[in-house]
Design a binder for this molecule. Structure first.
Ligand SMILES: NC(=O)c1ccc[n+]([C@@H]2O[C@H](COP(=O)([O-])OP(=O)(O)OC[C@H]3O[C@@H](n4cnc5c(N)ncnc54)[C@H](OP(=O)(O)O)[C@@H]3O)[C@@H](O)[C@H]2O)c1
Length: 285
């Protein structure tokens, strides 16, 4: 399984017809940015989706990987996110153009509102989210964002956006791993035509020591990380593990040559304990 052999990650069809890879590579702040790992994912492992955000601070490093990977822009899927300090119509447009410039690209495949709280004291979150979303709608209309989405949005945030705006988000990216399975939100998103994407599929490594995960890994002769990623993908969730190590990047991509039985899927489903390893947006108004 390598891109040298022509393999690339399978895709999921969004409500606008775009084909988004079901497996990508994350670029979170923790652990830093590894050019080597990202290039290995793109060049050798068939990965086409990179997930980043202005907040992570790696746009310039990613620009180098995009430039050096040798893959045509049209075959890559680049996701970036708007940070709340830029919510508002004009500020959102300006932040988008700056992010594109830092990444050395003319358009993004997916641009998201990163977090439901506007973090602008004295202003209404709902109003600022709607203003920022209208900017994303216009960027989508112009073709500068091929799809637009939200991240960390709960049902009440999505319901407000539905009342205030026109375009239904194509994707909602939310924490998702064996300990955090927001099934009601997933059901709501799917009902509304919003593709659900998960982040922190390994629970930042916490899931890898879980006895059930280890037991399932032994049964299939795969690693705990592969079991977590396979479980997520088998639940049709777009999955973006991050590693700074090339051997782990390769390992995390080798999840399409086996399938978990229903009883093992069920055993992992039972691991939900509601814990968050990133942020909890439940109480953001
Ligand atoms: N939208 C949001 O608000 C939001 C929030 C958080 C994350 N995200 C996105 O989701 C991505 C993934 O989340 P994450 O990076 O926080 O957590 P994660 O992917 O669940 O876990 C990453 C951690 O697991 C380790 N790891 C990776 N593969 C491994 C393997 N095969 N075996 C053992 N350890 C392994 C990594 O260490 P090494 O680097 O040492 O391998 C790192 O410490 C992020 O990079 C980011 O793009 C989005």
């Amino acid at each position: 399984m390598s891109s040298a052999q022509g393999w690339t990650s399978p895709t999921v069809t969004l409500s606008n017809g775009m084909q988004m890879p079901i497996l990508g590579i994350g670029t979170s702040q923790i652990g830093g940015f590894s050019q080597d790992a990202v290039l290995h994912a793109l060049r050798d492992c068939g990965i086409r989706l990179t997930d980043t955000s202005k907040y992570n601070g790696f746009e310039a490093q990613l620009a180098e990987a995009i430039r050096d990977c040798g893959i045509a822009r049209g075959h890559l899927w680049l996701t970036n996110k708007l940070w709340p300090e830029d919510y508002g119509y004009e500020t959102a447009l300006s932040a988008f153009h700056k992010s594109c410039s830092h990444m050395g690209v003319k358009y993004l495949d997916l641009y998201m509102l990163h977090w439901p709280d506007s973090m602008q004291p004295g202003h209404s979150n709902r109003q600022l989210r709607a203003e920022a979303w209208r900017a994303l709608e216009d960027l989508y209309e112009e073709g500068l964002c091929r799809s637009i989405g939200v991240s960390n949005f709960m049902v009440h945030h999505l319901e407000q956006l539905k009342q205030d705006c026109t375009v239904v988000p194509h994707v909602n990216q939310v924490e998702y791993h064996p300990f955090q399975q927001p099934n009601e939100l997933i059901e709501y998103c799917r009902h509304e035509g919003i593709t659900f994407q998960g982040y922190c599929p390994l629970a930042k490594g916490q899931a890898l020591n879980n006895p059930t995960i280890i037991q399932v890994a032994q049964k299939y002769g795969h690693t705990p990380a592969q079991i977590c990623i396979r479980w997520s993908i088998q639940n049709e969730v777009i999955t973006i593990p991050k590693s700074t190590k090339r051997e782990r990047v390769a390992e995390n991509c080798q999840v399409f040559d086996f399938q978990l039985d229903e009883e093992d899927m069920e055993a992992i489903n039972k691991l939900h304990d509601g814990r968050h390893v990133a942020w909890d947006p439940t109480h953001v108004e």
